[in-house]
Design a protein around this ligand. Structure first.
Ligand code: TRP
Length: 335
């Protein structure tokens, strides 16, 4: 599957449960862009190892995420769906790139700082070099465009810097990738603490809407979402972050501008906004969930997709890594 279209690449870590934040911030954009690009969508299982995982759960979650990508509308016929660990060149390129990345550069990564504050008992070296592996994911396939949530912007800058550094030192080798970061809705916030982003790995499940949450769970979670003690409906991200988040979610799910949503609910109370928001989310997720339940049963279909993805991706990865090894001066292995 080689096309003349530019390469689009993205990925999500199989930790926690895919949530509405992932859908709005990432997957929805993948779906919208897939026809114009040669798409590669990864389940980045090696990244997930930077936090403790239960092996059996990790294994199931990888397949579940894959099925959810498909259920959300990623077409496996025209894109590559790949489990990161199936293509060993990711880690090989990551090693080479780690010799180009500076400690100081990695030390500045805000996600590393956040995660090491959160997981003080497990500040492992992988957590520190995580952005280098992400750069390898991207550069390995010569990706042109990388759609990610706003929190990944800094990691993408690093990937660009490493590509340029390598190109300068050893001659043109890598495409320097462009980020694609959606403006509105790039950040869907946590339902209970709307100062931080909605995270699929949050230990408090009330903070996020999982794509596979049943309707009653969605109603309950939205109903409990933190707002404020005002009564009117206005968009004020700074002073009323909880309400602002509900409005953003509504706008994104219903395909409206925030302004229109504010108008629609102008003289209504929070309860009405919340119950209508829950219903639009339920409507959005209904077809996704039924497609998911169909696809996840079909193990043969999923394994065919994965084997095709791994084979195609490996072919491209081999091309890049052999070029890289040659340019940096490694002796080619005699076959
Ligand atoms: N770090 C990304 C996240 O947490 C996931 C990721 C890994 C990724 N490799 C990638 C995203 C390559 C885009 C491209 O969201």
């Amino acid at each position: 599957m080689t096309t003349n279209k530019p390469v689009l690449l993205s990925g999500i870590q199989p930790s926690g449960q895919l949530c509405l934040g992932n859908y709005i911030g990432a997957i929805k954009n993948w779906v919208g862009l897939q026809n114009d690009y040669d798409g590669i969508f990864l389940v980045v299982d090696l990244h997930a190892l930077t936090v403790k995982q239960k092996p059996s759960e990790l294994r199931n979650r990888c397949l579940s995420f894959l099925a959810q990508y498909i259920a959300c509308g990623i077409d496996p016929g025209s894109n590559l769906l790949v489990i990161q660990s199936h293509v060993h060149q990711h880690t090989e390129l990551a090693w080479v790139l780690s010799t180009l990345a500076y400690m100081g550069e990695l030390n500045r990564m805000t996600q590393f700082k956040d995660k090491s504050t959160k997981h003080q008992e497990n500040i492992n070296a992988g957590l520190f070099t995580y952005p280098v592996l992400m750069a390898a994911d991207i550069l390995l396939y010569q990706a042109d465009l990388v759609p990610v949530g706003a929190d990944q912007k800094q990691h993408l800058e690093l990937a660009r810097d490493l590509a340029q550094r390598f190109n300068q030192r050893y001659s043109d080798t890598f495409v320097v990738p462009e980020p694609f970061i959606p403006k509105q809705g790039a950040r869907i916030m946590s339902l209970q603490s709307p100062e931080s982003k909605m995270s699929k790995s949050d230990t408090n499940e009330n903070n996020f809407i999982a794509l596979l949450d049943p309707p009653d769970t969605i109603r309950k979670k939205i109903k409990r979402a933190v707002t404020d003690s005002f009564t009117d409906i206005q968009y004020d991200e700074e002073n009323r972050p909880g309400l602002a988040n509900l409005l953003v979610m509504y706008a994104e799910v219903a395909g409206m501008e925030i302004k229109q949503v504010v108008q629609q609910f102008e003289n209504k109370c929070y309860e009405v906004l919340k119950s209508e928001l829950a219903e639009v989310i339920i409507e959005l997720l209904k077809p996704v969930q039924s497609e998911y339940h169909r696809v996840i049963q079909d193990k043969k279909y999923l394994s065919d997709i994965l084997s095709n993805g791994a084979e195609n991706a490996s072919y491209r990865a081999r091309k890049t890594i052999s070029k890289v090894y040659r340019k940096i001066g490694l002796v080619p292995r005699v076959q």
